[in-house]
Design a protein around this ligand. Structure first.
Ligand code: C2E
Ligand code: CA
Ligand code: CA
Length: 278
């Protein structure tokens, strides 16, 4: 029995080493990915619930590691966050998204917003506000076209610093949206404290609205509260007509999800804007 225990320990430590070296290899690759221009943004359209018109897009990063190999953000954002690489990657995302949005504006796209995801680490950088403001200057995108999606992970860092940065961003004219609303803690307190403009109802609530009456009640309560706080509400992960109709009938403003559109390439979104403008 003793030797078995020892074997097991060896086995675990080998496996641990393998995981670590995989992670290190990935970190090295991730470091090079920016220089090699391997990241791409896809854009998922958001539509107005009542008119079904395109009102915005959310930029979603992908890593084109090799031709034909697309790595999803769920696989590398956590490591990027842990290593701090999210800071340059995140800056690349903001710049690329703003540049693309300005291009669509100049091509005559009807009014729309560009939403960008922020990671807590990126937001906590001392010069974050300056980065946003210089990207807006550089690209010429009007600030009120940009929506920064924050999560409650940002919210539970240093509260005073978070409030100061959000106030500074508001002064620039940028909009702020609370992502994955309802999945963290103290959501309600933060909504007013951080004076967000919009909230996104997390997909977990949306997926249950037609089958699960508890989740339907939660969504109705969020919609009622958001309306009294005059917040724009976006439902994400909407996959069925039933979910869409429920949300529309209870006053949800915008819809994002496979029911309308999957995340699309910039070229595909250009076509949608061209159709909308025609
Ligand atoms: P998120 O911000 O909650 O983004 C929504 C995710 O849901 C996206 O996954 C999107 O493709 C997916 N989705 C949209 N509609 C549907 C639907 O109807 N059904 C289902 N099942 N899924 C849907 P994606 O692109 O894999 O991104 C995953 C997460 O990675 C994002 O979650 C976000 O937290 C993070 N992420 C993506 N891009 C960035 C980025 O540029 N910076 C940072 N910091 N995080 C990012
Ligand atoms: Ca998001
Ligand atoms: Ca989300």
């Amino acid at each position: 029995a003793k030797s078995q225990g020892k074997n097991r320990a060896v086995f675990y430590s080998e496996r641990f080493d393998r995981v670590l070296s995989l992670q290190m290899a990935m970190e090295t690759e991730l470091r090079k990915a920016i220089e090699r221009d391997e990241f791409v943004l896809h854009y998922q359209p958001q539509v107005d619930a009542a008119s079904r018109k395109l009102v915005g897009v959310e930029a979603l990063i992908r890593w084109q590691k090799q031709p034909g190999v697309m790595v999803s953000p769920a696989e590398f954002i956590p490591l990027a966050e842990e290593t701090g690489l999210i800071v340059p990657i995140g800056e690349w995302v903001i710049r690329t998204a703003c540049r693309q949005a300005k291009r669509w504006m100049d091509a005559g796209a009807p009014e729309f917003h560009m939403s960008v995801n922020l990671s807590p680490r990126q937001f906590s950088e001392a010069n974050f506000v300056e980065v946003v403001s210089s990207v807006l200057d550089e690209t010429g995108l009007p600030p009120d076209r940009l929506v920064l999606e924050i999560t409650e992970g940002i919210a539970i860092q240093d509260v005073r610093e978070t409030v100061e940065k959000l106030v500074a961003l508001k002064r620039i004219g940028v909009l702020v949206s609370m992502d994955d609303f309802g999945t963290g803690y103290s959501s309600l307190a933060y909504l007013t404290l951080y004076q967000v403009d919009a909230l996104k109802i997390a997909q977990t609530f949306i997926s249950g609205v037609s089958a699960d009456s508890d989740r339907a009640s939660i969504v109705k309560a969020i919609l009622a509260m958001a309306s009294s706080l005059r917040l724009t509400v976006i439902a994400e992960g909407v996959e069925t007509e039933e979910q869409y109709l429920f949300l529309k009938n209870h006053g949800c403003d915008w819809i994002q999800g496979y029911y309308f559109h999957k995340p699309l390439s910039a070229e595909e979104v250009s076509l949608l804007f061209a159709e909308a403008a025609a």
